[in-house]
Design a protein around this ligand. Structure first.
Ligand SMILES: Cc1ncc(COP(=O)(O)O)c(C=O)c1O
Length: 483
């Protein structure tokens, strides 16, 4: 009990009780808005007359510590706590190297941010106006009434079984053989990749990836203290010749991280032949492949492309990480790892030790959404919507931007290179004119790419694509004139 004051006979009981209540308020043990016991109850608790408590409350009221509302009771008021026991620590000198590194690599904090009213080509998040909220609400209510309390309780680290089965079917349809393979549900690609790196790498290990590559992946590889070896990109994916040379002559890598479909940032889709040759090559050197299945669904032409994990058949050397973040709802943070059964069992332990499991409520809603056929409907709608914007982006890039190289075969962005132009300088000028994009250098593993630009079109209107690309193009032309 909070009011357990032992009164002494040395000073007045009224003063002792006043000081005691003030102390509780100052130390934060009684918070603003909290109700005090009635004068009768408090008198009984402290073994003093009710009259004494009435006088205590009157004084505290006068001093602004408490206030009384007729018919409701007596409450702690919002008076500022003047605690002299509070400690002030310099957290900047307490945080460890990992935290300092994470803060340094946190581009959201350190890069220029879009402001309201600007034309933003910087984010590859989906357009929220495409989300079918009414359908989502129906699915939410359906699954809640079907599952009841079950999905509000603790679940399994591996994930919500119906969703796992549904994803197995989804992946099997892409050609992946599930004999001796399994799935772990994660909080998006990002957690999946972090868990995989935690399970197979040690600080100092070498990891191969495409150069440029996904910035979040670079951040995680750096946070795991890995030695990143970036291999240049060609028009049809990673340069296999350079990859082979690295495998032959360099230190053996622990893994290779690849984004074969709508590679971020170049938007390049690795050709089928290259998928096969890269797989063979890495298998020959017994290097596990971490395949990022990012955006596979956003293919605007009708031909399908087989994931590397499918080409590997019954082999278990490919760890596939999937995510619906860029097509469906990134806010749900649901992704999955499809890999060898034994490996998934190890990864499951890491997942459990970190955050027990991904929200079962979210997984169940996503399952319902997929099961009732909404996903297919949505992908159709999204493809049509983004394809139109993609075509406009290509059209206006050709019309307004004097690029030396352009890539992007689908997805939500295009990538350009303008030889001799510094994209950060262009960005500063464009920012003043209300346009923002992502300077390409953040995606490079070797401090290069200063003449590259990633232009995302997912969240801008068609009219903004034209207006924004013209501003970028004009700014680049001005910059070229100054050279
Ligand atoms: C290459 C790549 N993979 C995966 C993702 C999705 O990550 P997450 O599922 O954590 O949102 C992104 C998002 O930008 C990406 O660029």
């Amino acid at each position: 009990m909070i009011f357990d004051l032992k009164l002494n006979d040395k000073t007045s009981k009224k003063l002792q009780i006043e000081d005691y209540i003030k102390k509780l308020i100052n130390e934060g043990l009684l918070q603003s808005g909290e109700k005090l016991p009635s004068t009768r109850e408090m008198g009984l608790m402290l073994k003093v007359s009710r009259n004494t408590i009435i006088k205590v409350y009157e004084t505290l009221c006068d001093e602004g510590f408490i206030s009384t509302t007729k018919g409701k009771g007596t409450f702690i008021s919002g008076k500022k706590i003047r605690s002299n026991t509070g400690q002030h620590l310099k957290w900047g000198s307490i945080i460890n190297d990992y935290t300092k590194k994470a803060e340094n690599l946190d581009i959201i904090k350190h890069e220029m941010r879009s402001k309201k009213g600007m034309i933003s080509f910087d984010s590859i998040s989906p357009d929220k106006n495409l989300f079918d909220l009414e359908e989502f609400k129906r699915d939410f209510l359906n699954i809640l009434s079907l599952e009841g309390n079950n999905i509000l309780n603790y679940g399994y680290a591996k994930g919500y079984k119906p969703l796992i089965d549904c994803l197995k079917k989804y992946m099997s349809d892409k050609g992946i053989d599930f004999e001796n393979k399994d799935i772990l549900i994660t909080n998006g690609f990002t957690e999946g990749f972090d868990i995989v790196l935690s399970s197979i790498t040690e600080p100092g290990d070498k990891i191969i990836c495409e150069n440029p590559t996904h910035n979040t992946a670079i951040k995680l590889m750096k946070l795991h203290d890995l030695n990143i070896t970036g291999i240049a990109m060609e028009e049809d994916g990673i340069n296999a010749f350079e990859l082979e040379k690295e495998l032959k002559e360099g230190r053996p890598p622990k893994a290779a991280y690849l984004i074969p479909s709508y590679h971020n940032p170049t938007g390049i889709v690795m050709s089928s032949q290259k998928r096969l040759s890269v797989l063979k090559l890495l298998n020959n050197y017994k290097v596990p492949i971490i395949e990022d299945g990012f955006n596979e669904e956003l293919r605007y032409s009708n031909s399908t492309i087989t994931p590397i994990a499918a080409l590997n058949g019954r082999g278990n050397s490919v760890i596939y990480i999937g995510s619906f973040s860029k097509i469906l709802f990134p806010g749900m943070r649901i992704g999955w790892i499809a890999a060898d059964k034994e490996l998934i069992s190890y990864l499951e332990s890491i997942k459990r030790s970190r955050n027990i499991h991904t929200s079962f409520l979210d997984q169940a809603i996503l399952y319902e959404y997929l099961m009732v056929g909404n996903f297919d409907k949505y992908v159709k709608k999204a493809k049509k919507y983004y394809k139109e914007k993609y075509e406009l982006a290509i059209k206006y890039a050709n019309l307004y931007i004097p690029y030396t190289k352009l890539s992007g075969e689908g997805g939500l962005h295009i990538f350009i290179e303008v030889k001799g132009v510094n994209s950060r300088k262009v960005m500063k000028e464009c920012y003043k004119k209300g346009v923002i994009f992502t300077p390409g250098d953040i995606f490079f593993t070797n401090n290069s790419g200063e003449d590259t630009f990633r232009l995302s079109f997912s969240r801008v209107s068609k009219e903004e694509i034209e207006r924004g690309f013209k501003i970028i193009g004009d700014t680049i032309k001005e910059s070229l004139r100054r050279i």
